[in-house]
Design a protein around this ligand. Structure first.
Ligand SMILES: [Zn+2]
Length: 150
């Protein structure tokens, strides 16, 4: 279970620094930060080139379910994970579908739905089961950003 922190009313520069510190240093727990649109945009612009966005079909379903009108890149994951079976690049959509199964629709809608901006920083070295939406294989993923320098 993640810690939920609402930073959406705080000073942008300070929030960005705090989030960066959580990404680069190993954390004991997952943190779901609620941030302002400005901070969300700024963090998104700093994403590594290797970040993975959702496909057009995945985007449509995500926006419908969550009541948003976001772009594919807004649903980026920074970690590149391929399905162990079909080699599909797993996206936020696969994680989202796995989360729906695990937590239920109302939980996901409560935390991610509506016109809010969230950044989820996962703890390092945790284990997360992500079911591939294409072939239904359950992939055991080690959590936490370990990509290029950020
Ligand atoms: Zn697959």
């Amino acid at each position: 279970m993640a810690i939920h922190v609402d930073l959406s009313e705080l000073q942008s520069a300070a929030v960005e620094q705090l989030i960066r510190a959580h990404v680069v240093k190993p954390q004991a727990q997952d943190v779901l930060f609620k941030v302002s649109k400005k901070v969300f945009g700024s963090c998104l612009r700093q994403r590594p080139k290797s970040a993975v966005a959702v496909s057009a079909e995945e985007l449509k379903e995500l926006n419908e379910f969550l009541g948003k009108s976001r772009r594919a890149v807004d649903y980026s994951v920074w970690k590149r994970i391929r399905c162990s079976n079909c080699k599909k690049m797993l996206t936020f959509y696969d994680i989202f579908c796995s989360g729906r199964k695990l937590h239920g629709d109302s939980y996901i809608k409560r935390f991610l739905g509506g016109d809010e901006y969230h950044i989820h920083v996962q703890r390092r070295g945790g284990k997360m089961e992500v079911t591939c939406a294409a072939c239904s294989t359950v992939n055991l993923v080690v959590t936490g950003y370990d990509g290029p320098e950020y």
